[in-house]
Ligand binder design. Sequence first.
Ligand code: AMP
Length: 300
Amino acid sequence: MQIFKNITELQHWRDAQKKLSKTVALVPTMGNLHAGHLSLVTLAKENADHCLVSIFVNPTQFGPNEDFDAYPRTLTEDLAQLTEAGADAVFAPSSPNILYSDISIPIQAPMAISNRLCGKYRPGHFDGVLQVVNKLLNLCGPNIAIFGEKDYQQLLLIRLMVKDFFLPIKIIGGPLMRDESGLAMSSRNRYLSPDQKALASQLFQHLTQTEKSIQAGSLTTSAQMASHCKAQITSLNKLGFEMQYYEICDAQTLSPLSEPGNSTPDNTTLIHNSNPPVILAAGYLGKTRLIDNIQVTYSG
Ligand code: AMP
């Protein structure tokens, strides 16, 4: 596995792949890798000749009171895992200034999507994500880029950016990977105490209950969905979470289905008329922020 610390080395490799007509799939990460990240590497290898992974803790996506300084940086272990997983190359810039400086040109994520859900609680977060992902896509010039469905809102915004900027890159979403308790894998799970870890899978369990209620047809109006989501927040807060949001949304547009006013005139829901919904939730458990989602499927 080749490791590039600067742009010249990276682009030299990328140009060589182009000359050989080899396709490249990029997996952008912030490091501290776990099985969720590695599943994206597997997907990359299935979809392209070579898998390139970037490791960069992006300062622009952290708010002033967030955990940028404390974010776990474990490059040696990450490289060992990527070698094992069969990645071909890693771009791990030696300095944050390679990708970002004070004169970098900002990108503003479309507000209709970026001001809601996670964006409402992390102002500027998605602007920072798009700014650095845009740079990575331009620098690495992959044929394909792979992002996890764990960060559902992020994936949707990246798809929009790539379409809007006419970037010739196919975006693939990788399924959300969970541990045996159902907890969505995340680099931040290492902040959880053993007691918090035991509680954390309740988030997934609540989402699963909601999914079953939707599938069973017992959540059909936006009013029913709104009161169900409110009850789920109350239940999670009672367990010890500090929930920020719990919403049922259109999976393609993220428009909220669980908001009064989004029902059809006879007050039956949009669900069966539109895209299948996605249930998204985020909240704190102690000092750790957890996010999760389930895309609802209908059988038959
Ligand atoms: P991060 O290092 O947290 O920025 O994540 C890098 C990429 O891995 C992003 O596209 C995430 O959506 C994805 N990712 C993180 N956790 C998971 C997971 N549990 N399952 C699938 N993909 C994930």
